[in-house]
Write a protein that binds this ligand. Structure first.
Ligand code: NDP
Length: 260
């Protein structure tokens, strides 16, 4: 029997257990995936060992603080500075980031992207800017505040110095729209941005955000964060099993979990 879990705070809203348990069952594996609510990120490795876990996922707010506690880091996770997956290998715990490659899989259907604008500069923006940059895509960042110095090499803008140019893709990584009618930036500026873009992507997945609604009304091809969530889970699941399964098989099983 293998045990897996999601660590975070909050964790009650997450559909990760549903995604992983349906894949475990569908692939005939003896395993169970649960959720562990934590007050402090410092407890993750202790709890991972105490519950004899084979693998785990990490969500807010521990994705960055867990880095220092891992025995080993995958190179993408180390470069991004954020981890969402832990795997136990021969007694050592290795950290991975599957959010970034999961995002690239989710935008594949847009076709060739040369330039992208990222709205927001938090943890998710960090993972996305890294993976877009390493895939040769030119990026600009627009954030409401200038407190994120790590983005300085990525054409970082705040509202006061931003000038709209042409983009293939605009991505909302802010929490604006998670609930309520907030937009990631001023509506006039947003409409100008979108009128110079082809595709709009929102990392939020449980509703159509006001950002995506406007983009849709303006005729852009839109996509929410559901597939990003799905693919990060597919990649994490396969890491738990040393990549022995077909990604497409796991994807098919996990996709069904969204309908439950
Ligand atoms: P962070 O808290 O690290 O960053 C949030 C960013 O949004 C910051 O840049 C912040 O600006 C900006 N922001 C917050 N509120 C507003 C607002 N009202 N208007 C404009 N900007 C705002 O969050 P994360 O990067 O960890 O998560 C962001 C979103 O991504 C969440 O909604 C999360 O659920 C989603 N997510 C989805 C995933 C998926 O698989 N689909 C995976 C991971 C995350 P400032 O710097 O000024 O504070």
């Amino acid at each position: 029997m293998k045990y897996f879990a999601l660590f975070g705070n909050p964790v009650s809203h997450s559909i990760s257990p549903r995604l992983h348990n349906i894949a475990l069952q569908g692939l005939g594996q003896r395993g169970v995936y649960g959720r562990i609510l934590l007050e402090q990120g410092g407890d993750i490795i202790t709890k991972f060992k105490k519950y004899n876990l084979t693998g785990a996922n990490i969500t807010i707010p521990f994705k960055e603080s867990i880095l220092a506690d891992c025995d080993e880091l995958d190179s993408i996770a180390a470069d991004i500075g954020s981890i969402n997956t832990l795997v136990s290998k021969k007694g050592k715990i290795k950290g991975y980031n599957t959010d970034a490659p999961g995002f690239m899989m989710a935008i594949a259907e847009f076709g060739k992207i040369d330039k992208a604008l990222i709205l927001g500069a938090g943890g998710t923006a960090k993972a996305l800017s890294y993976i877009l940059h390493t895939n040769g895509i030119e990026i600009e960042i627009l954030n409401r505040s200038d407190k994120r110095a790590e983005f300085i090499n990525y054409n970082f803008n705040t509202y006061s110095n931003f000038k709209v140019s042409n983009y293939d893709l605009v991505i909302n990584t802010t929490s604006a729209g998670l609930c309520g009618d907030d937009l990631p930036c001023d509506e006039i500026v947003l409409r100008e941005i979108l009128s110079n873009s082809k595709f709009a992507f929102d990392v939020i997945y449980n509703r159509q955000t006001p950002f995506l609604r406007i983009a849709n009304d303006m005729g852009l091809k839109i996509k929410d964060g559901k597939d990003m969530l799905l693919y990060q889970a597919v990649l994490a699941f396969n890491l738990f099993y040393d990549n022995k399964f077909d990604d497409s098989k796991i994807t098919k099983l996990m996709r069904g979990a969204f309908e439950l």
